[in-house]
Every structure is written in C-alpha cells, then in structure tokens.
Design a protein around this ligand. Structure first.
Ligand code: PLP
Length: 397
C-alpha cells in the first residue's frame, strides 16, 4: 500500500539535501522604522536592515495610509464578514474599484485576495468558459499565471522570454480564426527584465489576440501617473486586461484586474476564485486607496528609490560585483548554488545586520539561485555604501 506519510517525509528530506528547504526569518519592525527590522537570535532581538522587501516605496508605513486604515477598522471592524455577494461589498470596496479603473484608464476593475488569486481566477475563468482559446505565454511567466492558464485545460503556446519576434511567428502560425490571449508581465520579478511591452501589444493586436499583462512589479512606480509600465504616452496600444497588486509598492494587501466592463463582469459572474471567498477587509481597501491617491501625484518617492538603486549599482560595478543588468529597480546577483546562496545571506545577517532572503528553486530554476536585492525609498545613502562593502566581503569570502 502507498505510504503517504513516508512519501511526504522523503520529499522533504530530498528538498533539505538539495539545499532548497525554506527557513523563514522570524522578524518584527524595529522602533527606528522602515527599513529596519528585528529578528530573534539566541532569545534576543537583533536589529537589521531589510533589503528584500517588496514594500518598494515604504507606503506600508506612510502615516496617512496607516491612519486611513485605522479609521476604516474603527468604522467597519477587522473583517468584511462575507463574500462580495453576501454582505462583503462595502463602500470601501466600491470606492477602491472605481479608483483603480480610473487610474488605469479602464472601464472597470475587480478586487481579489491577492494578485496571485487575480491571475489564477481570471485566466482560469476565461480559459474554462472559452475552451477553444489558446494562450500565448512568455516562458518566464509567474507561477500564478501558469496555474491560471493550466487549470482551464486550454492549449498553451510558449514564446521565448521577452522575444516579440518569436511571439509574432507563433501567432502567425496559428489559426487566424481561433480565439487567442497573450499573457505576459511588464517587469519580471526575479531577473528584473522589462518586456518589449509596446511591441508585444502591437503584434497581439495585429493578430487579433486579447492581451493580459501582469504589472505587479511596476504598479505605483512606473508610468506617467505611476499606474504601471503601460501608463506611458510612449505606449500607444494598451493591454486589454491589467493585473496589479496592492501588496507591493502600494504597501497594503490584495490584488486586482482592470479592463473592459464586460470582461470584468464576466470574471465577477463566473470566477470561482472571486465568488467563493471573503472579500478584502475594508480597512485594507481604504489604506490602499489612500496610498494610490498619494502615489498618483507623487514622484518624490519613486525618484528617491531610483536614485538609490543607481547608487547601489554604481558601487557594485566599482567593486566588481556582478549583477544582472536591467532597466528596472530589481537587482539580482546570481550565485548559482543554493547552499552558497544561503551561506552568503546567513553571514550578511549574522555578521553585518543585512537581511537578504536567498532566492532558490522553485522561485527560480536550478542554477539561477540569486540574491534579489531590493533598494526601497526608505534606504539611505550610508546604508547602501555599507551594504556594498559587506556584499564584497561575503561574496569573496
Ligand atoms: N505576479 C508576479 C509577477 C509576482 O511576482 C507576484 C508575487 O510576487 C504575484 C503576481 C502575486 O502577487 P501577490 O503577492 O499580490 O499575490
């Protein structure tokens, strides 16, 4: 008889042997504020600087955002208390969905528990309800996009990462009358590469394919009004559906899609991952909306973050520390070995108070293990100088 417990135990042992077993750092925010944290070592709390947070613009600790969410908690309580259909649609949800649609210049938007669920539920719903639809997917798409496309059982054609020409060839070779959707990201989370967005949108339109773009790592930081990479006048064609998160640059929690009213209504009406789950807490919606209100008109935080990223990369180059070059704010330093990745990050933390979580399989393929260094708007120049000095010691050591 198949021994389930033995099987589970063996899988975990193999994971540990390969160096890919994940250990979470137990942490709290330090009194000195963002980007400091405290972690527990030998029963004592030790201070460290966080270099792996996706709270890119430090909006999670913005006083106005915090105040707005406290006010909403006092008004509504902590939970929405229900699914959107059953008492879980408050003024805070409606107002945020209107704001998101406006921000993305789309007819409508729809909130989800996370951007992961938004991707999964939307692609699954569209795929299942249009069984003849073929997905054209960038080969490096995020797990949530892959799961969404897979779960509908539709045909899926991969195109080479960020290769608009390969996409064009594959679209041209497909049945011109069959329904198609091109699924890609604007900024890839692990290598920080930016897609040839304009080209992909142009080609997709030429071949009558709907477009779905994941802007999770661009929302709040790119574009004319910080509404994402597509929010640039230099991108004339716009994607049909935009996916975004409230959990990174916006500093709150949750995810969404924005697009044509009828498609949004379709996912709202048929999407299992939207229908059968409690809606976001109203306080999270209110905090997120306040954050968007600030970010829509604010370039100071983004400019500061980008200046700090430039300084960091300049210092890395001066010290001969190799990183994957890209035009985004994400700086990956490839290590290529899970155990070395872990030993470098362990040393950075224990000796120098620098917290970078090692990135291993399955987040990246085997051999691409890296330090994904995130410089946020909360970091200061002296911290960046210290970081590069310590990276040099630990990477050379
Ligand atoms: N899409 C991409 C490209 C991501 O990197 C992530 C998570 O980091 C997600 C979607 C999911 O976002 P969320 O954390 O809101 O679920």
């Amino acid at each position: 008889m198949f021994d389930i417990h033995r099987h589970i135990s063996q899988e975990l042992t193999t994971l540990k042997m390969k160096g890919n077993y994940r250990l979470f750092l137990h942490q709290v925010r330090d009194e000195s504020g963002n980007p400091y944290i405290k972690y527990k070592k030998d029963g004592k709390w030790i201070r460290a600087v966080n270099y792996c947070s996706n709270d890119y613009l430090a909006m999670s600790t913005h006083p106005g955002v915090v105040e707005e969410s406290i006010k909403a908690t006092q008004m509504y309580g902590l939970s929405s208390g229900g699914t959107r259909n059953i008492s879980g649609t408050t003024d805070a949800h409606i107002s945020l969905e209107k704001k998101l649609a406006l921000w993305h210049k789309k007819e409508a938007s729809l909130l989800f528990g996370s951007a992961y669920i938004a991707n999964l539920a939307t692609l699954q719903t569209i795929g299942r309800r249009i069984p003849d639809l073929t997905f054209f997917s960038d080969e490096k798409n995020h797990a949530s996009l892959i799961e969404g496309m897979r779960s509908g059982g539709n045909k899926k054609i991969l195109f080479r990462h960020n290769d608009a020409r390969d996409l064009e060839q594959k679209l041209a070779a497909s049945d011109p009358f069959s329904p198609k959707m091109v699924v890609f990201e604007s900024i890839y989370s692990m290598n920080g590469q930016i897609a040839p967005v304009s080209e992909i949108l142009r080609i997709s339109r030429k071949h009558n394919a709907l477009t779905y773009i994941d802007e999770v790592h661009a929302i709040g930081m790119y574009g004319d009004r910080n509404a994402g990479y597509c929010d640039q006048t230099s991108i004339p064609n716009k994607p049909d559906i935009v996916n975004g998160t409230l959990s990174k640059a916006i500093g709150a929690f949750g995810g969404y899609i924005a697009g044509p009213a009828e498609i949004i209504d379709f996912v709202r009406s048929f999407g299992s991952g939207f229908i059968f789950t409690t809606s976001l807490p109203p306080s999270v919606c209110s905090g997120a909306e306040k954050s968007i209100d600030i970010l829509m008109h604010d370039k100071v935080r983004v400019t500061k973050m980008k200046a700090m990223v430039s300084l960091f990369r300049k210092l890395l180059k001066e010290d001969d520390i190799h990183f994957k070059s890209n035009a985004s704010h994400i700086t990956p330093i490839t290590i290529g070995n899970p155990s070395k990745c872990k030993s470098v990050t362990d040393r950075l933390l224990s000796e120098f108070g620098i917290y970078i979580q090692p990135i291993n399989y399955p987040t990246v393929p085997y051999g691409d293990e890296c330090l994904r260094v995130i410089i946020t708007a909360a970091h200061q120049e002296d911290q960046i100088f210290h970081l590069v000095k310590c990276l040099k010691i630990c990477l050379d050591g």
